[in-house]
Write a protein that binds this ligand. Structure first.
Ligand code: ADP
Ligand code: MG
Length: 350
């Protein structure tokens, strides 16, 4: 009788210890879990990886904000503010929301800084190519020549007082596809901060914005895509804390004809996909709108002009991957990355 009781007590003790261990394990682990959500908006796949008590709420609010931006700035939605600006081109100014006004005035700054390599009036040419869409094709050189006549960001008139945008010539259209994801990422970061989130990785179609560090206190590691390889194969990785990492690459959207790749970054001075020596242009900055606005233009400018421009901008760095498998970086990036592919050569200075 006594023996059985001891046995029982032992079993109960073992069960209690076991259950306690499971509970410790579960709650301990729970604390370390990120909530990961994927969603489609801005014409691309997006992912939010968020840690914190209010992660779910922050994610819901973020998705709402991104979709709101998409509704205002999509060139594919007839009711968007961008579409309305284009409909009124050559006719009258269109009053827009603060979001759209902010993006367009920032974009114009980057058009000027890149001396027109980045040009938000590129839309009529982008539409001719339809890259990544049904009907993608090589347009005739005549069609391109015709449309090039109306590509000029200097024809965008902005009015700070009534927050209106006016395109001087009929048939001109604005495309903020080269900068809107950056703006949206910055807005998501604000939503996260408002919800007390200290650790998150915001990925809007490859536009990365790291908030804080990982929960173990180490920097977020971001890989820079190998333009010659399949997605997920990196040239190098960088560790970042509170930084945006944005890349424009020839592998994002393209089609091939007789082995030649036609990608979605168009050189506004030729009307054809950019053929500079760059295949991947990464910008590291505090705000993602700056990284996005600069990465597209810098891609077109080529290594020499790109490095010169980025060196002049305080707090912004660049990593450029070239056709001849070289890696160029601005001075602030030296020693801050790890090359992970042996197929590329690091060039120190141009
Ligand atoms: P992604 O959209 O792949 O992240 P980018 O930020 O470089 O890459 O933007 C490319 C998009 O910008 C194109 O899909 C097009 O809508 C638009 N675009 C293409 N060429 C230019 C250009 N020269 N200036 C401004 N926008 C451009
Ligand atoms: Mg861009």
């Amino acid at each position: 009788m006594l023996l059985i009781t001891i046995d029982n007590a032992l079993i109960i003790m073992i069960i209690v210890i076991f259950v306690t261990l499971i509970l410790i394990f579960l709650t301990g682990n729970h604390k370390k879990l990120y909530i990961v959500r994927e969603f489609y908006s801005l014409g691309t796949n997006n992912q939010l990886k968020v840690y914190g008590k209010k992660a779910t709420k922050a994610i819901e609010e973020s998705i709402k904000k991104v979709c709101e931006i998409d509704n205002k700035m999509s060139v594919f939605k007839e009711e968007s503010e961008l579409s309305k600006i284009s409909i009124n081109a050559g006719n009258k100014p269109q009053i827009v929301s603060n979001d759209t006004y902010y993006v367009i005035q920032k974009a114009i700054k980057y058009c000027a800084l890149s001396k027109g390599a980045f040009d938000i009036t590129i839309k009529p040419i982008v539409a001719l190519w339809s890259i990544g869409k049904e009907g993608q094709q090589i347009p005739s050189s005549n069609e391109i020549k015709e449309k090039l006549k109306i590509i000029n960001y200097k024809d965008v008139v902005i009015d700070e007082n009534d927050k209106s945008i006016f395109l001087k010539k009929k048939e001109q259209e604005i495309d903020v596809g080269g900068i809107a994801k950056g703006y949206a990422a910055d807005k998501v970061k604000n939503v996260m901060i408002k919800n007390g989130i200290k650790s998150a990785l915001i990925n809007l179609g490859g536009n990365i914005l790291a908030l804080g560090t990982k929960i173990d206190g180490t920097p977020w590691s971001v890989g820079i895509q190998d333009p010659f390889n399949t997605r997920g194969e990196f040239v190098l990785t960088i560790g970042v804390i509170n930084k945006s990492v944005v890349t424009s690459g020839n592998y994002e959207r393209y089609f091939e004809v007789k082995g030649k790749r036609f990608h979605h970054i168009i050189n506004p001075s030729t009307g054809y996909p950019s053929e500079s020596d760059i295949l991947g242009a990464t910008i590291i900055s505090d705000n993602s709108i700056d990284g996005d606005g600069l990465s597209t233009g810098v891609y077109i400018m080529g290594v020499e002009k790109a490095i010169k421009l980025i060196e002049e901008i305080e707090g912004v760095e660049a990593i450029l991957i070239t056709k001849s498998r070289e890696i160029y970086v601005t001075s602030g990036m030296e020693g801050k990355f790890t090359i992970t592919s042996q197929d590329f050569v690091y060039k120190n200075g141009i």
